[in-house]
Design a protein. Structure first.
Length: 519
């Protein structure tokens, strides 16, 4: 079977098995080979596998498809061939299928791996058990989301959820308490109006003549939107324009049911927040019955208030909530940046130290930052690097010397001056060191603003950068010999030539890239 292995670029190390038949590669998630890298077309190329033959076809991509340094539309690829795309280099690998003999040792290793993933049996102590449940029961759900979303995006989402939850749990109860206090104050006001009706109309109420009640003072009270005074049958007696009609609005009907029910609290007030910022207050009007010696209900007053204080409180509550949310968002953004780059820095340091160690510039990995979680990884990498040095019969660590590439870059700079064509000098990290005016005009890169930066970051065309880097790698892996490829620059095909200077440690220290127009 065949597979594609990413040997250069952002997806370095990933593998994509190729099925028999057509395999579509591109930036879209629906592709058989999803290459989510800027510069790659939605459907970039296809590879058709038939028996032991692979046939590649470019699908009209924007930046082209390169096989072994040459731009192609159709080509047959074989084991070891390299396919270059913007910021990606893939190698075709043929894998011979072998039967796997499963032994007891393999089963034990799988059991060990399963225990590492699941945590094994929960510990006995309560604190340790809570930590175990969080790590091996809750976090696998988060890890599953991380398989779909980039870590920084997931961290940002979790931080946003945290801010909203904290603000809601802290600010919202305070706002609700303020609303309840205001509702209680309005209820007291409504009860006072009911008592005032009873006081002003004592004689009429004693005779149960509700039609003679005087409620005119309610029409002048600030905040009273409307009211209904009705008997226990729901017949309205005030205001006059509603006389002898029956209650139909929702709150009045609810007040009637409340007052005529067997609820022991019906002597109090019914208070309720209504729509549009209104407050409904209902109270039963009671009259003393000299025959029984107790007070009897004779009517119900239902008042709708639109207090300005409640509207102001709602505006203030919304404003306070939004202010707290915005402030938390700003703090969360700063916190996100601190945590993200605090975590990223040791990883970047380890990456560059590994490259320096492989180039012979370091003996092992050492970190200035205290990050306990990376200690085991760093120790394992140091062990691997030590074994590599032993296998390569390197000199003893005490004789280790770091070789600078500055002299090699300077030497390549002299060659650049002697060339009569567009040329670029790259250092050992493939960062721009020097370039002439012809190269600036051809590539659109400006030397004074790009020295020390990676070619992948400064090149306008990622396909050109990927082609140059692939040729540099080929030259470095072949003792600095000349490597040649082709790429279209400025609308014309150009021959890309790369040679490198090798250091005493066997690593390429500088690269000279020349670009010649193909006539």
């Amino acid at each position: 079977m065949y597979k594609l292995v990413v040997v250069g670029g952002k997806l370095r190390g990933k593998e994509f098995p190729l099925e028999n038949g057509e395999n579509i590669a591109g930036r879209e998630d629906s592709c058989d080979i999803a290459l989510t890298v800027n510069g790659v077309s939605k459907k970039h190329f296809s590879i058709t596998v038939t028996d032991d033959v692979c046939y590649l076809q470019d699908l009209g991509s924007s930046n082209g498809t390169f096989v072994n340094g040459k731009v192609v539309k159709r080509a047959t690829v074989k084991n070891g061939d390299k396919i270059a795309l913007p910021d990606l280099i893939l190698q075709v690998v043929y894998v011979k299928e072998k039967k796997v003999v499963i032994k007891k040792k393999k089963v034990e290793e799988e059991e060990d791996e399963d225990e590492w993933l699941t945590g094994g049996s929960p510990p006995a102590s309560l604190p340790a058990k809570i930590l175990w449940l969080f790590r091996f029961k809750f976090m696998p759900v988060v890890h599953g989301i991380n398989e779909e979303y980039e870590w920084k995006a997931l961290f940002g989402i979790l931080l946003s959820i945290f801010c909203v939850v904290v603000i809601t749990l802290t600010i919202y109860p305070v706002l609700e308490d303020s609303k309840r206090i205001l509702l209680s104050e309005v209820a007291l006001r409504g009860a006072h109006y009911a008592e005032e009706i009873a006081r002003l109309n004592r004689k009429a109420l004693d005779q149960k003549q509700l039609d003679a009640l005087d409620t005119g003072f309610l029409d002048k009270e600030d905040g009273v939107k409307s009211y209904r005074l009705f008997d226990l049958n729901g017949r309205i007696v005030r205001p006059m324009e509603k006389l002898n009609t029956y209650v139909v609005d929702t709150f009045s009907v609810e007040s009637l049911n409340w007052a005529t029910s067997k609820n022991p609290n019906k002597r109090g007030e019914l208070k309720k927040l209504l729509d549009d910022g209104e407050v409904g207050i209902a109270k039963t009007i009671m009259v003393f019955n000299p025959r029984t010696g107790v007070e009897d209900p004779v009517g119900i007053i239902a008042i709708r208030f639109t207090p300005k204080s409640l509207q102001l409180e709602a505006v203030k509550s919304s404003k306070a909530y939004l202010e707290a949310l915005v402030t938390s968002a700003i703090v969360a953004i700063v916190f996100f940046g601190i945590v993200y780059y605090l975590t990223l820095r040791p990883i970047e340091e380890m990456k560059y130290q590994i490259e320096d160690t492989l180039r012979g510039k370091r003996k092992n990995l050492e970190s200035r930052y205290l990050f306990e979680a990376f200690e085991g990884l760093r120790s394992s990498i140091n062990t691997i690097l030590q074994r590599m040095r032993e296998l390569q019969n390197q000199e003893d660590d005490s004789e280790f010397e770091e070789e600078s590439d500055s002299s090699y870059v300077s030497a390549m700079g002299e060659f650049l001056r002697a060339t009569g064509t567009a040329a670029i000098v790259l250092d050992s990290h493939k960062n721009l060191a020097k370039m002439n005016m012809m190269a600036e005009d051809l590539t659109g890169i400006r030397e004074n603003a790009s020295v020390g930066m990676s070619l992948l970051d400064i090149a306008r065309e990622q396909g050109f950068a990927a082609t140059v880097i692939e040729l540099c790698d080929s030259s470095a892996n072949n003792d600095g010999t000349h490597q040649q490829g082709e790429y279209e620059l400025g609308g014309n095909p150009h021959s890309i030539n790369v040679v490198s200077l090798m250091g005493k440690d066997g690593f390429a220290k500088s690269f000279l890239v020349t670009m010649n127009k193909v006539e």
